[in-house]
Design a protein around this ligand. Structure first.
Ligand SMILES: Cc1cc2nc3c(=O)[nH]c(=O)nc-3n(C[C@H](O)[C@H](O)[C@H](O)COP(=O)(O)O)c2cc1C
Length: 186
């Protein structure tokens, strides 16, 4: 697939199944992430690959962090539902911005670079025929989530990229660039 076609036609895939992307596909996806725009080349990115049994531990972490956030135990059925969230895909890449101290590049720019990196990975997945959806949630912003993932306090979570074989692929919405682009001054 050529680059423009991948960029123009990427869509999220909500329902994903086995198999997980191969090692070589994961490598290609991460390489794309590493080409994100990056002020002063700080390389402010960290990625965690969660697959197989590790998804259960990730689900438990999600439920524990949510419980901590709410300050009250989750109702057992709801807790089970949260614990099962990572099982919606065979593979998950956690994307984090690894914020560096820099006098010219504020934290916000490094977070933007992290998001750019995640988007590059989404497009790469699409180009490879790997289904992907970027997911998040308020628990992403809890320190307990960073701790549970083994990330230091200078990290900011950007997203959870769920990856797998696409089950259903939706249509690409027709958006007209003229509705978004205005020549300035008008
Ligand atoms: C920062 C960020 C967080 C998101 N979090 C979620 C999420 O938690 N759950 C979800 O279903 N979609 C989430 N999305 C949106 C989807 O990834 C997807 O982009 C959206 O459903 C539009 O579909 P499309 O990518 O096919 O255009 C998020 C997107 C971004 C950029």
């Amino acid at each position: 697939m050529d680059a423009l076609s991948a960029l123009h036609n990427r869509v999220s895939v909500n329902i994903l199944e086995e198999p997980a992307p191969t090692e070589s596909q994961v490598n290609d996806i991460v390489r794309a992430g590493l080409r994100a725009c990056d002020h002063r080349n700080l390389r402010p990115w960290s990625y965690l690959l969660i697959e197989g049994e590790a998804r259960h531990a990730f689900g438990t972490l999600m439920a524990d962090v949510m419980e901590k956030q709410r300050g009250t135990p989750l109702e057992p059925e709801f807790r089970r539902k949260i614990q099962c969230k990572p099982l919606r895909a065979p593979s998950i890449i956690v994307v984090a911005a690894d914020i560096k101290e820099h006098d010219k590049v504020p934290e916000a720019e490094q977070i933007m670079s992290g998001a750019a990196s995640a988007q590059m990975m989404m497009v790469a997945a699409h180009a490879l025929g790997v289904g992907a959806i970027w997911r998040s949630g308020s628990i992403m912003f809890e320190n307990a989530m960073l701790e549970g993932l083994g990330l230091s306090a200078n990290h900011r979570l950007i997203g959870f990229l769920y990856l797998g074989k696409p089950v259903v692929t939706k249509l690409v919405p027709e958006l007209d660039p003229d509705d978004f682009l205005t020549r300035w001054p008008s």
